[in-house]
Design a protein around this ligand. Structure first.
Ligand SMILES: CCCCCCCCCCCCCCCCCC(=O)N[C@@H](Cc1ccccc1)C(=O)O
Length: 345
């Protein structure tokens, strides 16, 4: 929400200064991002496609200036998400004969389903470290760590098994190395003394970039391993393609340039994966350059306030968001050629 306001406020500032852009900019603000974007972003994207429009790149929310997410890394760094996890909303259902609770059968629909979802929760999907942009990000960050972490991260060919295990230790970095399994809904029973005929549970999987919907469904079926349980895929999509982040990648380099100008204290801009989903996934038909970055600092302690209690942004952080968008639009307008990244010796 704050990013949307910052975009509008930055545009207002540009208008006040009579700014006339050289290239075309499209501002697409969907009204239903939090409930899938099907009637907003998806329709906007279809309309632009019907008008024959191709985009150089797009920028959306989804990643931040990260501060304190990796132990021993003292300084914050900017993570521009060049990919986004896929997702499956899977409904499991058990149908059993209803009856009087005074003489219950050995197993009920609730018991069977509870055991199945518990097996899913207790059996994490495989650790896929090395199969997405994360490895590249850690290699770029290596020199920011003190000894011996710098040596470990510079030699992932040797230490990959160790680092992949360390990433599992907290639930946020864990989400970067595997498909996550979240039990989000459970419905069964309407009366205290009736054995319910139907029990339903919904599981929200977020798919690691190195896996597909079909692979995750197969793993889930193998874990559940109970023919009495029906699988209903409510909706699903594969992880998003990885957008370029090399020296020629216009959108990525413009973000890097603007981050270095607005946040001079940040040394590293690294590519990453967005663990949530954004409206940007509806625009893959218009560009191969999709970048997710919100120019604010995020600390682990404020992560739980996203979609949680007391979600907030400081006035100063909001002002910096506006400044970032204001500069970014002008940087993107200045020169169509990418700004090369200067490697330090
Ligand atoms: C090298 C270590 C780095 C540590 C990385 C830490 C990353 C922490 C940042 C993660 C924040 C992710 C927030 C993404 C915003 C997503 C917005 C959102 O909530 N979208 C909904 C969209 C949706 C999708 C499908 C149905 C309904 C809504 C979502 O649930 O993903």
């Amino acid at each position: 929400m704050s990013l949307m306001c910052a975009i509008l406020q930055a545009l207002e500032l540009l208008l006040i200064r009579n700014y006339i852009p050289q290239r075309s900019f499209f501002i697409a603000l969907g009204h239903d991002e939090e409930v899938s974007g099907v009637n907003g972003a998806q329709k906007i994207s279809a309309l632009l496609q019907a008008r024959g429009i191709q985009l150089a790149f797009i920028v959306d929310e989804g990643s931040f200036l990260l501060d304190g997410f990796i132990p021993n890394l003292q300084k914050p760094f900017a993570m521009v998400a060049v990919s986004e996890k896929g997702a499956i909303n899977l409904m499991l259902q058990v149908n059993m004969t209803p009856g009087h609770s005074s003489a219950p059968p050995k197993e009920t629909s609730i018991g069977i389903l509870a055991a199945a979802v518990s097996r899913l929760e207790q059996t994490p999907m495989p650790n896929m470290f090395g199969g997405g942009p994360l490895k590249m990000a850690l290699q770029q960050l290596a020199n920011e760590f003190p000894f011996p972490a710098n040596i470990v991260l510079s030699n992932l060919w040797l230490f990959q098994p160790l680092v992949s295990r360390l990433m599992e230790r907290n639930y946020i970095t864990n989400a970067l190395v595997r498909t996550t399994t979240a039990l989000t809904m459970f419905n069964a029973g309407v009366k205290v003394n009736v054995i319910p005929p139907v029990a339903q549970a919904t599981i929200n999987f977020r798919i690691h970039p190195a896996q597909t919907v079909q692979e995750v469904l197969k793993l889930a079926k193998d874990i559940v391993a109970d023919d009495r349980i029906q699988f209903h895929v409510l909706n699903a999509f594969d992880p998003l393609p990885v957008s370029p982040s090399d020296d020629q990648a216009l959108g990525y380099q413009l973000l890097r340039q603007t981050i270095q100008s607005v946040f001079p204290e940040v040394n590293i801009v690294a590519p990453g994966t967005c663990i949530g989903n954004t409206d940007s996934r509806h625009y893959t038909n218009l560009t191969t350059g999709i970048y997710r970055f919100n120019p604010i600092y995020l600390q682990p302690q404020s992560f739980s306030s996203i979609h949680g209690i007391n979600e907030k942004i400081s006035v100063q952080a909001y002002e910096t968001q506006v400044k970032f968008i204001f500069e970014f639009i002008q940087n993107a307008d200045a020169d169509p050629r990418p700004v090369p990244h200067l490697h330090e010796l």
